[in-house]
Design a protein around this ligand. Structure first.
Ligand code: FAQ
Length: 324
């Protein structure tokens, strides 16, 4: 149904497409029942779907530490944070559904590898300090990307982002608080914090996507205001925001080339290892298999709930017909 719907839309130089672009240029929001080019719909489904999957798979690295949090308070906070991520996934699946794709279709595309999720979640969380690094760096990068997306052209996506960003800000502060505690703790705790920063720095830079010269979708997505900034612009902003925070913690960003550049008003920094990034995207990261196995198991284990709900729905519908 989804493929059919995408094909049936008018060509890009049609009068509909021209007035659509004029609406985008004027800063209007596009709503689900409005006409939209096939490519716009397809790009949104890809991006919102990938974003939703990232929130859901993103529960796994932190979920790994719920049973081992050092105090009851830390456990309660982590539990709430992981639940928030599940909620973000649900808002985003709902936003994608307004484009005519079902949540089941999206999930199946994730499980059989047709859809991606963020590369960052294919890295393991080895110590408690990683809970700090994930909140500080991963949620920090997510916010950097998502704050501009509050102004994205598609109404349901933009509204989902407003809510998500409020919660992500809390997550980032919670992560920073763990890093602060550990950096000011015993020498062993400080070493753990530094080690977490060392391991999560480059993967966090990769979250913004390939460099602009290699980004496939940026130009068109920005013309449609699906994306508001390029990948490199956001990566630069993230580095500029995060380096002083690392300094405050007394930690060292693992990049010997890192240097303030007065002329550009930002840091010069080393590009992450793009060969590693593409390997992770191909499914060869440290935890890709484990993450997909966990999602497949959850999907299979939940089959009885979905079956029960659809049987109940059918029964109610049959009763309504009988009563008419
Ligand atoms: N990982 O042409 P571009 C979070 C793919 S939320 C995997 O530049 P685009 C919250 C890309 O899909 C994190 N794949 O693509 C949280 C494309 O492949 P395709 C998720 C990546 O779409 C925190 C190809 O490379 N956030 O973390 C990645 O214009 C803590 C070419 O790239 C979002 O999804 C990557 N890092 O720009 C949860 C935000 N980068 O589809 C739990 C919305 C690129 O053609 C715990 N998304 N690719 O096969 C976006 O802003 C964009 O989609 C980008 C990529 C910036 C991610």
């Amino acid at each position: 149904m989804y493929a059919q719907m995408v094909k049936s839309e008018a060509a890009d130089d049609s009068p509909e497409a021209i007035s659509f672009q004029a609406r985008i240029d004027a800063g209007e929001k596009i709503e689900p029942k409005d006409w939209m080019p096939a490519g716009y719909r397809k790009t949104l489904i890809r991006q919102i779907g990938q974003h939703a999957h990232s929130e859901i798979v993103g529960q796994l690295p932190e979920g790994n530490w719920i049973t081992r949090a050092p105090t009851l308070e830390r456990k309660a906070i982590l539990l709430a944070k992981v639940q928030d991520e599940a909620g973000h996934g649900l808002y985003l699946y709902c936003a994608a559904e307004t484009l005519g794709v079902s949540r089941d279709d999206l999930t199946e595309m994730l499980l059989d590898g047709r859809m991606k999720y963020s590369s960052i979640f294919n890295y393991p969380t080895l110590t408690w300090a990683d809970m700090g690094a994930v909140g500080w760096l991963v949620d920090g990068a997510a916010i950097m990307n998502q704050v501009p997306l509050q102004r994205t052209s598609y109404g349901p996506y933009s509204r989902a982002m407003i809510r998500v960003c409020k919660e992500e800000s809390f997550h980032q502060r919670k992560g920073f608080d763990i890093m602060r505690k550990m950096s000011n703790g015993t020498p062993a705790q400080k070493r753990m914090a530094q080690d977490a920063l060392n391991r999560f720095w480059e993967p966090s830079l990769m979250m913004f996507g390939p460099s602009d010269k290699d980004s496939v979708h940026s130009a068109q997505s920005m013309a449609w205001k699906i994306k508001m900034n390029t990948n490199d612009e956001l990566r630069q902003k993230f580095v500029d925001q995060t380096v002083p925070q690392a300094d405050y913690l007394g930690l060292t960003v693992p990049d010997e080339t890192l240097k303030w550049n007065d002329e550009k008003g930002g840091y010069d920094f080393a590009e992450p290892d793009w060969a590693e990034f593409y390997e992770v995207l191909k499914g060869n990261g440290p935890c890709n298999r484990e993450r997909l196995a966990a999602r497949n198991k959850a999907w299979d284990d939940g089959a009885w709930v979905r079956d029960g709900l659809s049987a109940y729905g059918q029964k109610r519908a049959a009763r309504k017909v009988a009563a008419q």
